[in-house]
Write a protein that binds this ligand. Structure first.
Ligand SMILES: Cc1ncc(COP(=O)(O)O)c(C=O)c1O
Length: 417
């Protein structure tokens, strides 16, 4: 018997509203969105009733970099379950060691050491903890409108809306405009432990840093003795056409945080990678950070398969080729819809469509549901629609997305007029 669609959609939504989130159920009802995920395979997801099929260009921020239920990832989990379980994080583990070694091999510079976790927020918390412990300073500078998760320190680095109801939070956090080196320098001081940025802030609207920005951030961190943390939860693992987004800028951060895609969409896994000079603190305090399910051994096996796929010759070339098809196609769409589509932002397959007003992002999401593309607007700049297709998307599917986008933009033009 299938696990999907055992009850009518109305009954599923009512049960969700009763026991999981009445607020979400109300929000989606008001927005006119009744999508409930059903079957999912490759680049596609289906509504639970099986009638509507969408190309997933949201990918949950990169969780589905390899598409849905990649056969090699599913097989890896099945194989892992024949012999392994979560393991015991207190002890030495063959599988955590293998994953650590592999991540280090795929990372630039001496980002050789890894703390494994379950969620991106937890991995960011760990990065901030390590920066503070290493520098013995409290200050953390992040970008206004950025996003690092909803756990303690990650939350404190994020937007007021998400953190204010939960105060008092940890002190020492400052936000600066992304892309502005002068503002960063003005905020830096002798009490700054860390500078934390997403390589491409997604929630801010796929903001692309100006030329030289990250090299400048690196230099400022060095000058002030601050730890540079790159949040690569979305931009890492091939999304930008390189293993890590920072690779495309030729910069090595002191700490790099990976999440989402490391799961293969199948088993949660995150990593806080850090450079050798930060190791003395962890070496002296090996039991100071604990995560029972962090680096679960079955998950390590899955993550190793994810990395094997990404590291195969030609994989990143494929991402770049698909990105180029999008670049050409989106430029054409911009010419065809000049009043609506005001800017295309792109780093590999991390793309954002900046439209004329904040009403347009939500409208484009609605249009996508009608035209077979799942795409979601950026929460902190709703004029931008995020476009993150699976990295395994093929040429004909890119053409389908571009064709659908043409119709979607036309729909928004009509709806907004
Ligand atoms: C850039 C970035 N950092 C951190 C996080 C937090 O990850 P998680 O939801 O796994 O805690 C997210 C999640 O969307 C993210 O996009």
């Amino acid at each position: 018997m299938s696990l999907i669609g055992q009850d009518p959609k109305d009954a599923i939504i009512a049960r969700f509203a009763r026991h999981v989130s009445s607020g979400k159920a109300e929000f989606f009802a008001q927005a006119g969105i009744d999508l409930v995920f059903g079957r999912r395979e490759g680049v596609y997801i289906w509504d639970v009733e099986g009638r509507q099929r969408l190309i997933d260009c949201h990918c949950n921020g990169g969780v589905f970099n390899l598409g849905h239920r990649h056969p090699r990832i599913v097989a890896a989990l099945k194989a892992a379950l024949d012999e392994l379980d979560i393991g015991n994080h207190h002890f030495i583990s063959e599988h955590r060691a293998l994953l650590g070694e592999r991540l280090a091999a795929l990372s630039p510079g001496d980002l050789n050491r890894v703390i494994l976790g379950v969620s991106g927020g937890e991995a960011i918390d760990m990065a901030i903890k390590l920066a503070r412990a290493h520098t013995r300073r409290p200050g953390v500078i992040s970008a206004r409108g950025g996003y690092h998760g909803h756990t303690g320190l990650a939350l404190a680095a994020g937007e007021p809306y998400y953190r204010e109801p939960f105060g008092p939070l940890a002190p020492g956090f400052t936000q600066v405009p992304f892309g502005d080196l002068e503002a960063l320098e003005a905020a830096l001081g002798e009490d700054t432990a860390a500078v934390l940025f997403e390589t491409v802030p997604a929630t801010l609207g796929i903001a692309i840093a100006p030329e030289g920005y990250f090299a400048g951030v690196r230099a400022l961190c060095d000058r002030y003795g601050a730890v540079m943390i790159a949040d690569e939860v979305q931009t890492g693992l091939g999304r930008c056409g390189a293993m890590w987004g920072v690779d495309t800028y030729g910069v090595v951060p002191d700490i790099l945080v990976a999440g989402k895609g490391l799961s293969g969409g199948i088993y949660p896994m995150t990593a806080t990678l850090y450079r050798e000079h930060l190791d003395p603190f962890m070496r002296a305090n090996p039991f100071i950070h604990v995560s029972t399910f962090g680096g679960a051994e079955v998950g390590c096996y899955v993550a190793l398969e994810v990395l094997d796929i990404l590291a195969e010759p030609g994989f990143l070339d494929h991402v770049q080729e698909m990105a180029e098809l999008f670049r050409v196609g989106l430029a054409q769409l911009k010419e065809e819809h000049p009043a609506l589509l005001v800017e295309v932002r792109q780093r590999g397959l991390m793309m954002g469509l900046k439209m004329a007003s904040p009403a347009c992002g939500p409208l484009l999401t609605l249009a996508g549901l009608r035209h077979g593309v799942l795409t979601i607007y950026a929460n902190h700049d709703q004029s931008v629609s995020q476009l993150l297709p699976p990295l395994v998307i093929q040429e004909d599917e890119v053409a389908q997305v571009l064709e659908a986008l043409d119709a979607m933009l036309a729909w928004v033009e009509k709806a907004a007029s």
